[in-house]
Design a protein around this ligand. Structure first.
Ligand SMILES: [Zn+2]
Ligand SMILES: [Zn+2]
Length: 190
C-alpha cells in the first residue's frame, strides 16, 4: 500500500503429518512492511472491520481482504508456480528445524496442534464452511535477526531484530479446505 517493498519474513513448506488437515507440500509465506508493522486491523486501515470479524466465529466472505495493506499471509498449494524470488537482503537467513513436541509446549514457533492461548480462545470458521486450524504460532516478543547494514524497523522492540505485528503472539489460522491461498486469519494476543 505504501510502495515499500515487503520483507519476506518466513516460508514454511508444510510437512506431511497426521496432526494437521492441510495439504503437505503447501507453502506458508509471511510478508510484512518494514515501516508499517502494527497489528492487523489498525490505524492504517480502520479498526472496525477487523475487530468485528475477530469477534465472530464464522468469518465473512472474502475476509482476507480485511487487511491493512502492509502484510501478506498466504498458503500456496503444492502445485502453485511462483517466479524465482530474489534473496531477502534485510534479514539474516535462518532455518527452522522441526521437532515433535508435546501439545502443551509453549516455547518457540509451533506448527499445527492446539493454540496455546494467552488470552481467551478465538476459534474461527472459514466463510466456505470449513473449519480453521492452527497453522503457525509465533511467540510473543519474537524478533527476526536483521542482516548486517539493514535499515532499522521504526517500531520494533529491538535495533537488531525486526518483528511482525509489533511482536504480539501470533496465531495464524488457516482454512483446512485451502479454498483460497489467502484464506488465513491472524489472531493476535499478548
Ligand atoms: Zn507500509
Ligand atoms: Zn475456506
Amino acid at each position: 500500500m505504501c510502495d515499500s517493498e515487503m520483507v519476506a519474513f518466513l516460508e514454511i513448506k508444510l510437512p506431511p503429518s497426521d496432526s494437521h488437515s492441510f495439504q503437505p507440500g503447501s507453502r506458508l509465506q509471511i510478508f510484512a512492511c518494514r515501516e508499517h508493522d502494527d497489528i492487523a486491523g489498525d490505524v492504517y486501515s480502520g479498526y472496525t472491520a477487523f475487530d468485528n470479524a475477530s469477534r465472530i466465529v464464522a468469518l465473512p466472505d472474502e475476509y482476507w481482504n480485511i487487511t491493512d495493506g502492509h502484510y501478506v499471509l498466504r498458503l500456496l498449494s503444492p502445485t502453485t508456480k511462483t517466479v524465482e524470488s530474489k534473496q531477502e537482503s534485510r534479514l539474516a537467513h535462518q532455518y527452522l528445524a522441526a521437532t515433535i513436541a508435546s501439545e502443551d509446549s509453549q516455547d518457540g514457533f509451533k506448527l499445527f496442534g492446539q493454540p496455546y492461548w494467552v488470552q481467551h480462545a478465538e476459534p474461527h470458521q472459514c466463510s466456505c464452511g470449513a473449519p480453521m486450524e492452527l497453522l503457525l504460532q509465533i511467540p510473543d516478543g519474537h524478533g527476526f535477526r536483521m542482516a548486517d547494514g539493514a535499515e532499522e524497523q521504526p517500531n520494533s522492540f529491538s535495533r537488531m531484530e525486526y518483528c511482525i505485528f509489533l511482536g504480539n503472539q501470533l496465531y495464524l489460522l488457516g482454512c483446512t479446505s485451502q479454498c483460497n491461498p489467502y484464506a488465513l486469519w491472524p489472531v493476535l494476543q499478548n
